[in-house]
Each structure stands twice: as C-alpha cells, then as structure tokens.
Write a protein of this length. Sequence first.
Length: 310
Amino acid sequence: MPAAKETLALGLREHCRGELRVDEPLSAHTTFGMGGPADLFFLPADPDDLQTALPLVRESGLPVLPLGGGTNTLVRSSGFRGVVVDLTKGMTRIEVDADGAVCQAGASLQVASRRCQRAGRAGLAFGCGIPGTIGGAVRGNAGAYGGETLDRLRWLRGVRLGSGEEIRLQQAEISYGYRHADLPGDILILEAGFSLTVDDPDTIRREMDEILARRKATQPLWDRNAGCIFKNPEGTSAGLLIDQAGCKGLRVGQVEVSRLHANFTVNLGGGTAEDVLGLIEQVREHVRRFAGTELETEVRVVGERGLEDV
Ligand code: EPU
C-alpha cells in the first residue's frame, strides 16, 4: 500500500470505532452499480467518531469523497485514489418535532419523508420516491413534483474538509436554484433542519401515493440507473428533447437510453462509466443537431482524483 493510504488506514483502525474497508468496489455503493475501487472507504460509527477521523484524513493529504446514497453518481472504472466517507451507517438519526424535522446527513430522504408523513408533518412528501441521503439531497437541492429540498431547509450544519472549520448556515444565507445549492465545494454536510407544517397523515399519504404512481408509470425504477442524466434546460424537459431527437434505446456497450424515460440511462448489466460517458456524448450530439440545445449533465462524475467536470 502507498504510504499515505497505509498510514491513514492504521490511524483510522487505531483511533476510530467505525468500519474501514480497503479497495472497496464503488459499484456496490452506487445506484448505477458501476465504479472501480476506492482506496479507503470509511463508515464512521457516529458523529463523534467522524470528528476523530477527520483530522487524520486531513493529515493524510488524500482526496476525500463524501458519498451519500450513491445516486446521481457515475464512478469511473479506475475508481478513486482517496478516502470515501459514507455516513449511511452511523449518522442516520431523524427527529420530527412540532414544526419541523432534524435529520443527520446519512439518513435516507425517503425514510425521512415517510417518517414526517406518519407524524402528520407536511413538506417533505416530494422526497418519497427520491433515492439518496439527506446530505446528498441538500448538496444538489434534490426535487420532484414541485418540491425542492432547499425550499424546506431551515438550517444546515457541516464541516469544511480542507480546514476542519464548522459551518452553520441558515436557509436565507444560501443562494440556491434548480438542482443547485451554493455551498463551499469541500463541505461535508452533517445535519439539516427542515421547516414543516402540520397536516393530516392520510392527506399527505395520498399525495405520496400519487407521486409514487406517477414515478412508476414514467421512470425506469426497476432498472439500475442514476436518476436523470441531464438537467432540464430552461423552459423545457431534457427527457422530451432526447426522446424527440430519437435517442430512446440508443446503446453504448452495456448501457442504454431508457425506452421508458429518455433522460434516464440504464445499466443492462456490466455497463461501465466509460459506456455512459460515451452515450452522454452521443445524446448531446443528437440533441444539439435536433434542437440546437446544449445539454448539461446532472449526474456527477467521479474519477481517480475526485469530482470531474464533463
Ligand atoms: N417526456 C417524453 N419522453 C420521455 C420523457 C419525458 O416525451 O422520454 C415528456 C413527458 O411526457 C412530459 C415532459 O417530457 O410531457 C416532462 O417529463 P417528466 O414529467 O417525466 O419530467 P422531467 O422534466 O423529465 C423532472 C425531473 C425529475 C423528476 C420529475 C418529476 C429533471 C432533470 N428531471 O423530469 O427528476 O422526478 O421531473 O418531478 O429535473 C432527477 O432529477 O434525477 C429526476 C429524475
């Protein structure tokens, strides 16, 4: 093992209670089911354990990748030469109170949405069918069917990975828009508070049933996918343009533009990130020629050094 990786592995094993995996295949942690190994993959046992780990991670100088539910994420076959921090084991607490909810970043958005519904708190119903974590949903301002995460956010707490500085931000301090929250690039979100209103649990459940039925009818939920590949261009739908440009069923290697919803790419089994990137370029070219529109990716791409622009 290279020195920095070995030293960090020793340090985490000695000082932390969480689980450390070496050369962990990221295909097991992404909804696409693709991606080579991460040098180190750390699942802190709880927030204190994470606080112990972060200075060690910083000292190692290795790149850090916070991974939520591995949705919306395309990992290259070469994997990641750093340490992945995954909060989905040790930081999943959800507390619902009179006018809101407080969720740790590794909690599932779908579970939080359902817990709020049962408690008769409205506001997160839109998230009932969105896979991924609270941390990921806040980072990318996840949304569906008219609801957006940042619209409901009251505050967030995080830490800057580069400096260890704790950050607390109120919603009013964050500028955000469609699938975007203006946060420091190296922030690891730890916890978020949401504003909710009181409503009848059955009314919220009916709204969620409708959302889930619409998703099932229009999105390829049973195939391995990473959600929508492209952001919607202003005033139109990427799925509509890709469909009209004739791309449904277009295939590279083992990945295909979904025949159900054209803004989804599905892994037919054994597909790679390189296949997806090839398909992204083909779809872009078709849409460019058909509509003169340049599609922007929504999915984030991870390579050996971390996040990449594609
Ligand atoms: N359409 C087609 N063919 C297709 C796909 C869509 O003609 O293959 C048409 C639909 O018939 C509809 C229009 O395009 O008239 C819009 O489609 P849809 O209602 O499915 O919404 P979307 O704009 O494609 C957005 C989000 C989804 C979110 C849904 C529901 C983006 C990029 N996509 O999809 O979010 O679930 O609305 O709110 O913003 C995601 O972000 O990963 C995602 C899946």
